[in-house]
Design a binder for this molecule. Structure first.
Ligand code: GTQ
Ligand code: FE2
Length: 342
């Protein structure tokens, strides 16, 4: 004989059938601190390199870009490297053009190999060299082209998962393969690439940086100029790429940084709110992330979830340099930023 259904169970059935849950049933989701589903994960260059090589013959550039999206193993096949960011490795062969398009998610490129290809951003051809950071802010038309004789490879970084979570994705494919060049080549660098000196006569004051190209030679000379300083005990000689007019992050949703971890340097552990993706520009090191060791070398890409305790150390014979993107501007502007050290 079935036991009589308790009034309490009956009540739960009633609310579940009517799309309600008791707070007492779900309260464990209000965690004492962030507990991301994304995990810390490393894509090794030894594998990326093989993927890049095979992609050249295996898939055409087509209407979509030849960009291999890095899916976080903790996120169940979602288009996401962390909860807010997607990173990808994109390959463009000599003579290829990736069709013009625009989207509400903002994007950055960090050039890994190949010199002289371009991304045209809203009518401005931006010529790319290894180590350069190139922006394609929200809703700016862009196409990529490789008029050189070598394959170019770069890392893409976009705020797609964040934009998706906000139900704010818009996309438009261009009617033409390439957008019209309406501005001088590298024109934004000519205008805005002078550090803290910005032209007074240009009327634009965009939310995103009006400078589309942050050249590696400038980045490297800034790192070298500061190499003898103490730097941050957590990040070493760490610099943020800034909006030349405001000094703020390059775009409202993505902050970009570069950090030098000097030969022999061992940084301290810290956790912060917000997620990031790191790319190793040069050198070797070991990052301890929530107790797990990640040994990295040039070309590797590492996802760092929110609130993961992390400490980087140089384990090689030269200075190491890491480039990273994060959702810090969003976290900070909403008042969620916190950090904790051991
Ligand atoms: O190159 O414009 O990895 O629109 C994902 C979406 C690259 C791009 C990605 C994109 C692009
Ligand atoms: Fe795009």
């Amino acid at each position: 004989m079935n036991a009589p259904i308790k009034a309490e169970d009956q009540f739960h059935q009633l609310i579940h059938q009517n799309h309600m849950w008791g707070l007492w049933e779900i309260a464990s989701q209000m965690t004492p601190h962030p507990r991301p589903e994304a995990i810390a994960y490393q894509w090794k260059w030894s594998i990326l390199k093989e993927v890049v090589k095979q992609s050249a013959t295996a898939v055409p550039v087509g209407d979509e870009r030849r960009a291999m999206q890095l899916f976080n193993p903790g996120l169940n096949g979602q288009w996401a490297t962390t909860n807010t960011l997607i990173a990808a490795v994109q390959v463009l062969l000599p003579g290829e053009v990736a069709r013009a398009h625009r989207h509400s998610p903002a994007a950055i490129r960090f050039i890994i190999q190949g010199s002289g290809a371009y991304t045209a951003v809203e009518g401005e051809k931006v010529i790319m060299h290894p180590g350069d950071l190139v922006l394609t802010p929200s809703w700016q038309w862009h196409d990529h082209g490789n008029e050189t004789s070598e394959t170019v490879v770069w890392m893409d970084g976009l705020d797609v998962p964040l934009t998706k979570a906000l139900n704010a994705i818009f996309f438009e494919m261009g009617k033409e393969l390439r957008a019209q060049n309406t501005k001088p080549v590298n024109g934004s660098q000519a205008l805005y690439g002078h550090g803290r000196l910005s032209p007074t006569w240009t009327k634009e004051r965009p939310q995103f940086s009006p400078l589309m190209l942050y050249s590696w030679d400038q980045t490297l000379s800034a790192l070298h100029a500061l190499r003898a300083r103490e730097g941050s005990p957590y990040e070493g000689i760490a610099l943020e790429y800034t909006h030349p007019q405001t000094g703020g992050p390059v775009m409202p949703t993505i902050s970009c940084r570069v950090q030098m971890i000097r030969k022999g340097e061992k940084l301290k552990a810290r956790r912060v709110t917000g997620s990031s993706v790191f790319h190793v520009v040069q050198g070797r090191g070991r990052s301890m992330i929530d107790g797990k060791a990640f040994d990295w070398e040039k070309g590797d890409i590492i996802a760092l979830p929110s609130w993961a305790l992390h400490a980087h150390a140089n384990s090689g014979t030269e200075d190491a340099i890491l480039f990273s993107i994060s959702d810090r501007p969003v976290i900070e502007s909403l008042g969620f930023y916190r950090e904790q050290t051991e």
